[in-house]
Ligand binder design. Sequence first.
Ligand code: SF4
Ligand code: SF4
Ligand code: SF4
Length: 155
Amino acid sequence: MPNPMEVYALLPKTNCKKCGEATCLSFAVKLLSRAKKLEECTPLFEEEKYKERREKLLELLKPIMEAAETGLLIHEDLCFGCNNCVVACPVNVANDPEGVALGYGPKSDKVILRVINGVVRTFNLESCRRFSGDKMLRVCDVCVRVCPSKAIEFA
Ligand code: SF4
Ligand code: SF4
Ligand code: SF4
């Protein structure tokens, strides 16, 4: 997870208060706690000169923004790429009969969890059981339970 100073470094740093915060630094802190959304910094989206910063911030904050929608948050600094969650996720197993289901790495692009460059990444989060209409499936937390380093959290 990025720290507030990393986020702050990419914000406009004008303290214009359009986001409702007194300073860009307090906005950065609120972004990380999911109390604010990046879109609330309107200059970042309206002014072309901030395009590069905006794109970097969107990439940096992607896990946090996804967590706001799905509740699933990956702490990349804690993940060491052991693949436990990848092979244990029941959706990964069901959606990848030629790969995960046979004990190989993911071969299908329908998996939710996949390790890339030593860190787990999320895809197709809409398939996560947490979104299921079935109450029994919606409580799935297999990925959290099998992670030895507490790198996966449901916010
Ligand atoms: S709107 Fe953006 S530039 Fe203005 S204070 Fe908030 S974070 Fe800073
Ligand atoms: S909550 Fe369940 S379905 Fe969703 S990613 Fe984790 S293990 Fe897979
Ligand atoms: S189980 Fe934990 S440490 Fe292993 S790949 Fe998944 S998130 Fe990373």
